[in-house]
Structures are given as structure tokens and as C-alpha cells.
Design a protein. Structure first.
Length: 670
């Protein structure tokens, strides 16, 4: 089954059946009676207009035109308002009858009169009718142009009904251009406005446009869902046009030929009753022809039934093409002409088949060209640009208003500033003084903390060796008889060693003190770990009872400040020496390694271990008091921070302590 997807010009006749307010049938008789009795020409014209609108709602298009033609004679162009209304309604009737040229004529007669009357709502309706005229003529560019013009006015005057028509009209236009996202967007806008109007007739048709969009997107599940909802609304409203239209389009989804033919036959009965030459009537008959053509393809040549089915296909296709030609609807004309050429081919009439195909190809190439699509897209962009321009103008006015307000405010502020200037100046000076005082207080607090930390370290690291030295000197001076040569030599050696260690400690203190100074920075150089290991070994050579081993299989080299790192390593070693006093077979191991640009220095001891809190000074800068080992973890912490290295501690009670130093071999952040 070939599905005719060019039903974009769906239901132009909706305008005449829906734009006027619904009237009950007996109203026509009332107005007709009044009209026959009325002698005042102006009142008679008004009654004719009301009567014609009722005829339109009852699908009596010829009667509507007959009634309205009386107004042209009666009015003699004296009553321009009523004459404009007459032309507009006549255009609607001619669109319903698919007499497009006549519709175009009366729209263009109505437009100048409506513009002179400054009636934007009526002008917007005429633009919509023009879009329908060009829809019939398959002039997509002008169709889109007039739809956008109509929408622009409808949005301004808040004509919800007209917005619904236009967006449904545009949805079908985009469907015909295979721009499904835009078609779906416009279809849902149509549903939105139809629900605001809250008329089952309109809702049924709007839902049908959504269903048709999903159908052409090959989403049969959603299409079936929306077609069912649309048909339910139309049947509920007893809206013959809606029922026929939804049946016509829904049939496109049916894969069963008998089911499709049944649905289209029901629709065609309605079309034949209300509008035989309507575009949807042509569409429905053309699709019946398509279906019969597909059925014929399934039968063997020479089969009598095949010939009968092809005859039906030809009959329906010719009817559809004739209606399409009369209304100048090139879309339907081309679609069904293409199928008709295939029917001629199956029947063996190759001359007609070739001629039909040739006409189809020529017309189709011009109708759906990329230029047309680009032009429509340009119109869409122009509409959006126009909206943006209006927003810009509005924003500009708002900004100008705010600018004026701003100057008034500034004037008031200046006046207040003149009165309170002295107070403000005085307050500013006071604030500046307070800021300076706060800064000085902060510096003083920092200096006090540094001083406290320094005195703590001096108390611990200098007092003990100095006391030992003084004790030895006093002993030598006051009781030399107590010292034999061996003891004297031993104490002298120990004193010399203590003095040397004291000198090293003083150097460490000076190094730490420098690190506390503002703007003091390390001086990184390339060094070998072997040199540091050798200096550590020499420094602690007097510790005969403790074994110190150094492992450096990779002969690690790195770039850092040698003095900073040496001080850290010497103090970690000194702390380890102190905790190993009294340990059986005391042992210290230094190990160096390098991996992925990171140097690892690890010191291990087999001492008693300690709790995590005892290493708090390594991490907490507020920790000042309570230093119990070496120059203190404060020095280690501050120096490590200066050369951007990390220190990790792993200490277990009765199993010793391991401290790991990690630093990059090529630092770039000194």
C-alpha cells in the first residue's frame, strides 16, 4: 500500500466550519424570516452576514455565497465595515468549495478595507486565508509567509483561536517539507490553544495533526494513540469534518488492505456529502487508488480480479487528480499522478505511463526544491528576529526608564552625601586606623608565637649540652684528683663531641629561624643522597652502641635545598637515637629509592614505638609547648613544608617506628 504523505494541505475547509460561532439550525430560519421582512438595507446586510455564517457551520456553502452576494448589491460600498465582513466570509466559503481563485479575489478585496478600518484581528484572519490559498496552490513560501504574518498579529491581539489554526497549518507545511521536529512542535502548539478554546471539534482536529505527524515519523504506536483520541473527540462533538479527516489520515497506518478500504470508504461517504471537491476528499480517493494498485501487484497478470482492481485504482486516482487540478493543488496532483503512471504500466498502456511519469518528474523537481525549503527557513528566522527586535525595543525603553530613575537617585544620594560627607570621612579614617592596628596585632601575635617556639627549642636543644659542658669544666677545675687519665680523656672526647653537636644544633636553629623570616626561600640544587647519608653517618659516629645502616642501591640524585633536607634527616636520626636508649640491639636503617619521578627516604628503628599523638607537632602548626625530642618536630615540619615534601609516620608500640619522606626529584614550585 502506497501512503500519500503529502496531506500537508490538510483541511483548509476547517476555517469556514470553525471560525464563526456555532449556531443552532433553527437560528437560520429566524434570521431568514427577519431578513425577508427587513427593509433597511444596512440592517439587511447585517442579517445576511449572520445567516451566511450559520450556512457555513451547516456546510451549506452555496447558500452562504448566494446570501452574501445580496450584500454587494445592497451595500454599494457605502458601508465599508459590513462590506469587508462580506468579502471575508465569501472567501471562506470559496476555500471550502476549493474555488481558490475566487477566494483569492475576495480576500484581496477585503484586506484594504480592513486595514483602513484599523482592524488587526480581521486582517490576521485574511492573512490566514491567504496562507490556505497558497497551501492549495502548493506555494509553500507564500503559505509560510502569510502564516507568520497572521501569527504575529494574533499574538499581539491574543486571538487564541487564530493561533490554533495557524500553528496547525504550519505543522502540515513542515510535514510536507519533511521537517518533522518543527511539525511536531507546531502540532503541540495547536493542541495547546485548542484546549484553551475548549471546543471538542477543535481539540479533535488538533490531536489529529499530532497523530499525523507521528504517522509520518513512522512512530505508529503514538500515531494510533493520538488518532484514537482525535476520532473520539470528533465523534463526541458529532463533527463530520473531523470524523472524515481523522479516518482519512488514520487509514494511512493500516497495513490490512480491507481494514484501510473500510475506513476510507466511511470517510469518503462523509466527504461526498459535505464537500466532494475538498482537498481531503481528493486525498482520500487518491489513497484508495493507491491501495487498489498495491492489491493488484499481489495478483498475477491475466487474473480477471487483477484487471477489475486496477480499474478501481484508475477510477479513484483520476477523480483525485481532477479535483486537485481544479483546486490547483499540485501536491496531491503529483502524488497520485505518479501512482496512475504505474497503474497504466500494469495495464500495458506504456505510452500513458511514460507521459504521466515525465510530467510528474518535471513538476516534482520544482515543487520540493532546496530553494523552497531554504526560503521557508528564512521566513521562520525572520519571524524570530522580529520577535527579538520587539524584545530589544522593550528592553531599551525599560533601560531608558531605569536610567532616568538612576539619575534621580544619584541626585538624592549627592544631596545626602553633602550633608554626611564629614561623618563619612571621619568614619573612613577610623576604619583605616583600625585595619592598621589589626595588621600590627596580627604581626605581633605571629612574632610572639615564633619567639615562644624558638625559646622552647633553645631550652631543649642548647641547655642540655651546655649543662654537660659546664659540669665537666667544674669537675676538672674543682676536683681534678677524681679524674684519672682514661676518664679525663673519655670526658674530654665526650665534651668535644657535645660541643660539635651543640654547634650543629645551633646551625639547625639558625636554619629554622631563617625559615620563619618573611620572604626567605630555599635554594634548590642537584645533590646525591649518598652525600647526605655520609654526613649523617659521620655526625652520629660517636653512638657506638647503635647500629646505623644506609641503603642506596639506585644511587638516588635529586634537586632540593641540601641544608633543609640534611637538617630534617639529622633531626629524625637524632630522635631515633634518643628513643633507642635502653633498647636491646638498637638499630636504625636509612633507605633511599626513586619511582616515577618521586624520591622516597625512609628511616626505620626498632625502638619502643609511640602513639600518634606524640607526632602531632609534625602536622599541627599550633603545637608549641611540650617538645620532648631533638630540635623538635616543629623544625622538621616547617622545613619540610618549605621544600614541599611530605612526611608520613607509621609507629607501632613495641615494634618501632617508620618515617617516610616523599619529595619530587625535579621540583618546579620553589
Amino acid at each position: 500500500m502506497i501512503l500519500n504523505r503529502h496531506i500537508a494541505f490538510f483541511f483548509a475547509l476547517l476555517s469556514y466550519s470553525l471560525l464563526g460561532q456555532a449556531k443552532v439550525k433553527n437560528q437560520a430560519e429566524v434570521y431568514l424570516t427577519q431578513n425577508q421582512k427587513e427593509t433597511n438595507p444596512e440592517k439587511k446586510i447585517g442579517l445576511n452576514i449572520k445567516l451566511a455564517e450559520i450556512y457555513l457551520t451547516e456546510n451549506q456553502f452555496e447558500e452562504a455565497l448566494k446570501t452574501l452576494k445580496q450584500n454587494i448589491t445592497l451595500g454599494k460600498e457605502k458601508n465599508k465595515i459590513k462590506l469587508a465582513d462580506t468579502y471575508t466570509i465569501m472567501a471562506r466559503a470559496y476555500i471550502a468549495l476549493a474555488e481558490i481563485d475566487s477566494a483569492y479575489l475576495f480576500i484581496n478585496k477585503a484586506l484594504p478595507l480592513l486595514k483602513n478600518q484599523n482592524n488587526p484581528k480581521a486582517v490576521a484572519k485574511c492573512y490566514f486565508y491567504l496562507s490556505q490559498v497558497y497551501q492549495y496552490k502548493a506555494d509553500f513560501i507564500k503559505q509560510a509567509d502569510y502564516s507568520f504574518k497572521s501569527i504575529a498579529i494574533a499574538e499581539k491581539v491574543k486571538d487564541t483561536s487564530l493561533l490554533e489554526y495557524n500553528y496547525r497549518n504550519l505543522a502540515m507545511l513542515y510535514l510536507d517539507q519533511h521537517n518533522y521536529p518543527e511539525a511536531l512542535k507546531k502540532s503541540f502548539l495547536s493542541v495547546k490553544y485548542a484546549k484553551q478554546i475548549n471546543t471538542p471539534k477543535r481539540i479533535g482536529i488538533a490531536l489529529g495533526s499530532v497523530a499525523e505527524t507521528y504517522s509520518m515519523m513512522h512512530d505508529s504506536v503514538k500515531a494510533e494513540k493520538y488518532f484514537k483520541a482525535a476520532l473520539d473527540e470528533s465523534r463526541k462533538a458529532k463533527h463530520l469534518i473531523g470524523i472524515a479527516w481523522n479516518l482519512t489520515n488514520w487509514a494511512n497506518l493500516k497495513t490490512n488492505d480491507d481494514e484501510e478500504i473500510k475506513m476510507r470508504t466511511e470517510a469518503q461517504e462523509i466527504w461526498d456529502e459535505i464537500s466532494p471537491e475538498n482537498i481531503m476528499s481528493a486525498n482520500n480517493q487518491g489513497n484508495l487508488g493507491n491501495t487498489y494498485y498495491e492489491m493488484a501487484l499481489k495478483l498475477r497478470p491475466g487474473d480477471l480480479k487483477r484487471t477489475q482492481i486496477l480499474d478501481k485504482a484508475e477510477t479513484y486516482l483520476k477523480k483525485s487528480i481532477a479535483i486537485s487540478l481544479k483546486s490547483e493543488n499540485l501536491t496531491n496532483y503529483l502524488e497520485f499522478l505518479k501512482t496512475l503512471s504505474k497503474v497504466y504500466g500494469l495495464k500495458g498502456d506504456y505510452k500513458k505511463a511514460f507521459e504521466s511519469q515525465e510530467v510528474y518528474q518535471q513538476k516534482n523537481d520544482s515543487l520540493f526544491s532546496q530553494e523552497n525549503k531554504n526560503a521557508i527557513a528564512k521566513l521562520e528566522s525572520e519571524k524570530e528576529i522580529a520577535i527579538k527586535n520587539k524584545e530589544i525595543q522593550l528592553n531599551k525603553l525599560q533601560l531608558e526608564s531605569k536610567e532616568r530613575q538612576k539619575w534621580f537617585y544619584l541626585l538624592g544620594i549627592v544631596s545626602l552625601a553633602a550633608v554626611g560627607g564629614l561623618l563619612l570621612y571621619q568614619n573612613t579614617i577610623r576604619k583605616k586606623v583600625n585595619v592598621k592596628l589589626q595588621a600590627l596585632n596580627s604581626e605581633l601575635n605571629l612574632a610572639n608565637k615564633t619567639k615562644t617556639r624558638l625559646f622552647s627549642i633553645l631550652n631543649h636543644d642548647l641547655r642540655s649540652p651546655v649543662s654537660s659542658l659546664i659540669h665537666f669544666l667544674h669537675l676538672q677545675k674543682e676536683s681534678p684528683e677524681l679524674l684519672d687519665e682514661a676518664s679525663k680523656t673519655r670526658l674530654q672526647d665526650k665534651t668535644i663531641l657535645g660541643a660539635e653537636n651543640l654547634l650543629n644544633s645551633m646551625e639547625d636553629i639558625l636554619q629554622w629561624s631563617k625559615s620563619q623570616m618573611e620572604n626567605f626561600k630555599p635554594n634548590p640544587k642537584t645533590i646525591a643522597i649518598a652525600e647526605l647519608f655520609e654526613e649523617i653517618s659521620n655526625h652520629f659516629s660517636s653512638e657506638e652502641e647503635i647500629q646505623i645502616f644506609f641503603k642506596n642501591p639506585e644511587k638516588v640524585i635529586l634537586k632540593t635545598d641540601k641544608d633543609y633536607l640534611k637538617t630534617i634527616m639529622r633531626n629524625l636520626t637524632g630522635n631515633a637515637v634518643k628513643v633507642l636508649k635502653g633498647t636491646d640491639k638498637p638499630l636504625i636503617i636509612w633507605e633511599a629509592s626513586k619511582k616515577e619521578g618521586v624520591v622516597y627516604l625512609k628511616i626505620q628503628d626498632n625502638g619502643p614505638g609511640a602513639k600518634k599523638e606524640q607526632f602531632r607537632a609534625l602536622y599541627d602548626e599550633k603545637e608549641v609547648a611540650g617538645i620532648k625530642s631533638g630540635l623538635g618536630m616543629h623544625l622538621i615540619r616547617d622545613l619540610a613544608k618549605a621544600i614541599h615534601c611530605e612526611i608520613e609516620v607509621d609507629s607501632k608500640i613495641d615494634f618501632g617506628t617508620t618515617i617516610l619522606i616523599k619529595l619530587k626529584s625535579e621540583p618546579n614550585n620553589f
